[in-house]
Ligand binder design. Structure first.
Ligand SMILES: NC(=O)C1=CN([C@@H]2O[C@H](COP(=O)(O)OP(=O)(O)OC[C@H]3O[C@@H](n4cnc5c(N)ncnc54)[C@H](O)[C@@H]3O)[C@@H](O)[C@H]2O)C=CC1
Ligand SMILES: O=C(O)[C@@H]1CCC=N1
Length: 270
């Protein structure tokens, strides 16, 4: 192992998305070391990526230049405690929701901490991750983090650490809001006599097309919505119904609930 080695603490969904992306971008399996206590998941990592995966961290971790924290926030303290002696020399990149950088400094002994909040489209290289760096992180280390996350999609730096709670609420959790919406569209499709499969295809293609239209346009989402909405037409009927049901306010409340929970996770678990 060398300073080029990237160690992952936790080898689940998010770690796999990043490792898979980096391997596709040309990194070698020998550059990775994963600590993953769950045997079936370890076997999956070894089989799928050819990387080294250990049940528990050991002194070999001290040689890793970068350590990526990808355990559930609730498990961070317990995961850090037994390996603390080997963490002080590394740049630390966390993908954990809520856990404050100060807690990561305390648990690892390294001031060089970047927190990120990715999302699951990272699995196909179409994610967007919010990033926050503590002042001890150099410009070169920021660039290292950007390179590490580049195969998972876009990155966006925020200046204030608290802003990551808002990023978590918008883009971290956001894919779930979208699928919740698609589930409701599919249920409506079935109500109208289509099959769930037809509903899924129509809903997903429509959402993907609308997102691509929005991304490629200088017009605001409001203008793009108004362009679909003929006076007295079908879209007008649907939007009027959603407004009467307070759907927009409900979505705002939901996002704020996620932001509040992100802040609570930090207070509860470090
Ligand atoms: N799933 C998502 O959409 C997103 C998740 N996150 C964050 O990413 C982190 C990981 O989430 P997922 O990958 O979805 O979870 P996951 O459950 O797929 O992966 C976590 C892994 O950590 C392992 N683990 C448990 N105890 C451990 C220990 N003591 N040492 C090392 N590994 C241990 C588990 O066996 C598991 O494989 C969480 O903190 C979450 O907040 C961030 C953005 C989006
Ligand atoms: O629900 C969660 O706590 C994590 C963070 C963002 C997406 N999933």
């Amino acid at each position: 192992m060398s300073a080029e080695t990237i160690a992952f603490i936790g080898g689940g969904n998010m770690a796999s998305a990043i490792i898979g992306g980096l391997l596709r971008a040309g990194m070698k399996p020998a550059q990775f070391l994963i600590v993953e206590p769950y045997a079936p998941q370890r076997e999956k990592l070894i089989g799928e990526f050819g990387v080294a995966a250990l049940a528990a961290g050991d002194a070999g971790l001290a040689a890793a230049g970068t350590i990526v924290w990808a355990v559930k926030p609730q498990l961070f303290s317990a995961a850090a405690e037994p390996i603390k002696a080997w963490l002080g020399g590394a740049l630390h990149l966390s993908v954990m929701a809520g856990i404050r950088s100060e807690s990561i400094v305390a648990a690892t002994g390294s001031e060089r901490v970047v927190r990120s909040m990715p999302n699951t489209p990272a699995l196909i290289g179409k994610g967007i991750a919010g990033l926050f760096a503590r002042t001890a992180v150099s410009g070169e280390e920021r660039a290292t983090v950007e390179r590490l996350l580049a195969p998972t999609g876009q990155t966006l730096w925020v200046e204030r650490e608290d802003d990551l709670d808002a990023v978590t609420a918008l883009s971290g959790s956001g894919p779930a809001y979208f699928f919740f919406f698609v589930e409701a569209m599919m249920a409506a499709a079935v109500d109208m006599g289509l099959t769930a499969e037809q509903g899924k295809r129509l809903a997903l293609a429509t959402c993907a097309g609308a997102a691509a239209l929005g991304l490629g346009s200088d017009e605001s989402p409001t203008t793009l919505r108004e362009r679909v909405t003929s006076k007295g037409g079908t879209t007008h009927a649907a939007i009027t119904s959603m407004q009467a049901d307070g759907v927009d306010a409900a979505i705002q409340r939901a996002v704020l609930a996620a932001q509040k929970r992100a802040a609570e996770l930090g207070r509860e678990f470090g």
